[in-house]
Design a protein around this ligand. Sequence first.
Ligand SMILES: [Zn+2]
Length: 333
Amino acid sequence: MREKKGDSDTRDDLRVTRTEPSESGPGFAVCLTHDVDRPYKTYQGLYYAAKSNPGYHLRTLLRRENPYWQFEDIMALERDLGVRSSFYFLNEPSLLETGSLSDWLEPKNWVEHLGRYDLDSASIADAVRDLDAGGWEVGIHGSFRSCDDFDRLRTEKRELEAVLGHEVVGGRQHHLKLGPNTWRYHRELGLKYDASPGSSSENGFQHGYRPFRPFDDDFVVFPLTLMEVSLPDPGSAFDEAWIECERLLDEAEANDAVMTVLWHPRYFNEDEFPGYRRLYRRIVERALDRGAWVGPVADYYREFLAERDSRDDSDERATDSATAGGANHSLSP
Ligand SMILES: [Zn+2]
């Protein structure tokens, strides 16, 4: 068994088929995604207070304000822009169920676990259903250890679907953490895509311009192009952050790329993360100005990558057969 290193995958033994622009229609596209890690700011405020700006963090904690609850704001912003996005919901087991003493002694775990949420709590369930009813995608955000745990992934998928009322199409792993078998598990569970390969420190197209098919079937992987934290802080260096975004849009447009963007919901809170909301809006506006297809990953998958029924669209066959042989590439590191 090969060793796994860092965030990125080491599946370079897999033959992967890139999807080609002619296969997927729109050329330049931007997929918008939000990983819902912690919609509540709770006692983790104490952790942040100890690190910076104690007055603000203690105040929001004591007033029971909920500065990380951004669902309605993001929906309003995207509705205003005329776009939709994907929200990936996490179902992290409680530290009470799984934690060892050493887990409890690690302050970082307090942030993870004290901010955790129950999918079937009334407010989260309402948010899930509101998003779904409004045309947003609700997908799975596989918990930290689920990348190596088929049963855990199956439970998380089942519980999310119980709240949602129908099947999910795909999602992304928490911390972008993939194991050697994670995609096989996803596929076996009936998921159609994963959007994990990428980095929280480096943006760009290191994993390619196009979604790819690791098993040469209908399961597709969408590389992550841009996570907000990889940018210069737009609160203090908005122009620098924007220049980096514009460079990525240029590169995406020039290469008919599918650019996948991740903005965690809490970054839409302008008090704690000034500049991020404005930057997100500008990325979407510019992408639309340039004629990009913009939307949730599942919509892109369904519209352009899902297996077609050849009986119904014989006129598509020529195109299909032209690309069916598609270039096989190794997924190079
Ligand atoms: Zn996450």
